[in-house]
Design a protein. Structure first.
Length: 134
């Protein structure tokens, strides 16, 4: 009976840690995919904004704008896009930091699982050694 109780105690803790690690791994993988997609979209938008800024500066220096209003409107549109892109960059970094925290938690769960497994093995070894010594 004590062996069965011993097994149940360790097994339930082991299963709990393993389930937690699996849940974290799934969440991390989903976040990784989302982060990769967001970074790809950000990089594309960044390149487009840079190209549009070069075009705007070229037009501004070549006399393209016939009115101050047209110039200001295009300039403000670029500034708005730049601000939106900066906010997206900050959001991506926040998500990366969150993913890094989950990775650390996952690694900790894996370490605890290994420690529990080692504990089970050392307890069973010492029990066997005690019986042999008797």
């Amino acid at each position: 009976d004590s062996i069965a109780t011993y097994y149940k105690n360790y097994n339930s803790k082991f299963e709990e840690l393993q389930k937690h690690a699996e849940e974290l791994a799934a969440k991390i993988n989903t976040m990784r995919s989302n982060i990769d997609d967001r970074i790809e979209a950000y990089n594309a938008a960044f390149l487009i904004l840079n190209n549009d800024t070069v075009l705007f500066n070229s037009r501004a220096s070549n006399g393209y704008y016939s009115s101050r209003d047209a110039f200001s409107r295009d300039r403000q549109a670029l500034i708005t896009r730049q601000n939106n892109l900066r906010a997206e960059y900050d959001d991506i970094n926040a998500e990366i930091n969150e993913a890094n925290e989950l990775i650390a938690e996952y690694n900790n769960a894996v370490i605890k699982t290994g420690e529990l497994f080692d504990s089970i093995n050392s307890n069973s070894m010492s029990t066997k050694e005690d019986k042999i010594a008797e």
